[in-house]
Design a protein around this ligand. Structure first.
Ligand SMILES: Cc1cc2nc3c(=O)[nH]c(=O)nc-3n(C[C@H](O)[C@H](O)[C@H](O)COP(=O)(O)O)c2cc1C
Length: 251
């Protein structure tokens, strides 16, 4: 098992996809989107503070420099965190972050989302639900590790749930709105030096997991968020220059 984090689709983890997949899940992840290990850098918490507070913003707009406001600094500086340090996190803080994050746009009469939070001893319920989807061998090999992660090192797990509307537009509107909310949550958490990983592992679709955590028939999980404090900021992946992605009609 590696010590470093890595992105993980986690897809095969719960379907008996073998230890490589589990190891990725276990190590927190995987290859990142660009295929390299998401190794933590030497960057320490002070660095996060700097990035998160936007202190690194550039010279003022108007003197010819590109201005970076605090929001842009947070958007650029936020990283997915997969390695947590076990420091407790107050449930009220998660709720406060959700209150602010819920100002994401939505395009339905009512907000399309609801949330299921596991913290304190409630984390056991999450761990058991997730592990109920593992096959015997995987559970025997990784059960303890998962329990340590889910019940000790990571202080909170949050499910973002929406209705599975059969109408495509309504479904996509709800999914998109919930995704905007999740990103709001990640950014707001980052500002407070709280790390988040947004997971879409197989168990998000597993009826056994749904039953165990109270996701109702006709609901879908948009993401499982693991939330907590961390010591190291993971290295940033690449982003392509926008001119490689942009089609622009000007005349
Ligand atoms: C819809 C979505 C699903 C994701 N699912 C996972 C996941 O299952 N496991 C994981 O480790 N990371 C997951 N991530 C995190 C991405 O891997 C991460 O955002 C990406 O590597 C870029 O890193 P950054 O967030 O630090 O910029 C997911 C992100 C998104 C937006």
């Amino acid at each position: 098992m590696t010590e470093t984090g890595a992105a993980d689709t986690g897809d095969d983890t719960v379907t008996g996809g073998g230890s490589a997949a589990v190891e990725r899940e276990a190590s927190g992840g995987a290859e990142t989107a660009d295929g390299r290990d998401d190794v933590a850098t030497e960057t320490g918490p002070e660095e996060v503070e700097r990035e998160a507070s936007g202190v690194e913003r550039d010279a003022a707009i108007g003197d010819g420099a590109v201005g970076i406001g605090p929001l842009e600094a947070t958007v650029r500086g936020r990283r997915t965190v997969r390695k947590f340090n076990g420091k407790p996190l107050d449930k009220r803080l998660v709720i406060e972050l959700l209150e602010a994050a819920s100002w994401a746009p939505f395009h339905s009469r009512q907000e399309p989302w609801r949330f299921i939070l596991f913290c304190g001893d409630g984390r056991k319920k999450f761990a058991e639900a997730m592990m109920s989807t593992l096959n015997k061998e995987t559970k025997a090999e990784w059960g303890e590790w998962f329990e340590d992660q889910f019940c000790r090192l990571i202080p909170a797990h949050l499910l973002v749930v929406i209705p599975a509307d059969p109408r495509q537009k309504a479904w996509e509107d709800a999914f998109s709105a919930a995704s905007a909310l999740i990103q709001n949550f990640q950014l707001l958490a980052w500002e407070r030096r709280i790390g988040v990983v947004w997971k879409t592992n197989e168990y998000n679709w597993d009826p056994r997991f749904h039953r165990a955590v109270g996701v109702k028939p006709g609901e879908r999980i948009v993401g499982t968020l693991h939330i907590g404090y961390f010591d190291r900021v993971p290295r940033a992946g690449k982003r392509l220059p926008i001119d490689q992605l942009l089609t622009c009609f000007e005349e």
